[in-house]
Design a protein around this ligand. Structure first.
Ligand SMILES: Cc1cc2nc3c(=O)[nH]c(=O)nc-3n(C[C@H](O)[C@H](O)[C@H](O)COP(=O)(O)O)c2cc1C
Length: 179
């Protein structure tokens, strides 16, 4: 029997409210951004989720070596730890029609993601989604799912002027609705 069974209606509501506050879920918004576009979206997404009452931390993956990073020619120097988060959002740019190699390397080195709720987004410049966007997103999803995560949503943001605002808005609306 739970202790709240003994309490009257308003005490019970208070206690449940306190329990919810104590067990507030933490969202980790983990990104790699070379020129700032992916970070720009992350800041807006963080604002939206925070104003909905969520606890959100924005963390950036950092590397050493030349940029743009080439596969196998860089080291991760800042590797955000996912342990403290219940839910995760990963964001990265498309590079050479693929997922940016920094995010790919980061995701691959993560421990098991069993039980974690995940969403992913990529930013890209070329307006056609299949010029790297769909492939990059499916690579992110595949790696996360192979580690046991439940990927609830994915978005592609197009930075070309004609599609930028529309795709940013859609990304923020759709991803924030998942949490
Ligand atoms: C080396 C390099 C390769 C890129 N390759 C692609 C590509 O294949 N398709 C695409 O749509 N955009 C491509 N872009 C554009 C970036 O994906 C886009 O500007 C993205 O929003 C950058 O994100 P960031 O500012 O967070 O680094 C490329 C950019 C760079 C620097």
């Amino acid at each position: 029997m739970v202790i709240t069974d003994f309490l009257n209606g308003s005490s019970r509501a208070n206690m449940i409210g306190k329990q919810r506050r104590i067990y507030k879920l933490k969202i980790g918004l983990i990104i790699y951004s070379l020129t700032g576009n992916t970070k720009n979206v992350a800041v807006k997404l963080k604002d939206k989720l925070s104003s909905a009452g969520h606890s959100v931390s924005l963390e950036e993956i950092k590397i050493s070596g030349n940029t743009p990073a080439q596969p196998g020619k860089f080291q991760l120097t800042t590797i955000p730890d996912i342990d403290t988060y219940d839910q995760l959002i990963f964001g990265a740019p498309v590079q050479a029609l693929s997922l940016n190699p920094v995010m790919k390397t980061y995701l691959k080195q993560l421990p098991e993601l069993n039980g974690k709720i995940v969403a992913c987004y990529v930013t890209k410049y070329l307006p056609l989604l299949w010029f790297g966007g769909t492939g990059a997103i499916s690579a992110m999803k595949k790696i996360c799912e192979s580690k046991g995560a439940q990927v609830l949503g994915t978005e592609i943001v197009v930075w070309a002027e004609s599609k930028r605002e529309k795709t940013i808005t859609r990304c923020i609306e759709n991803l924030s609705r998942l949490f």
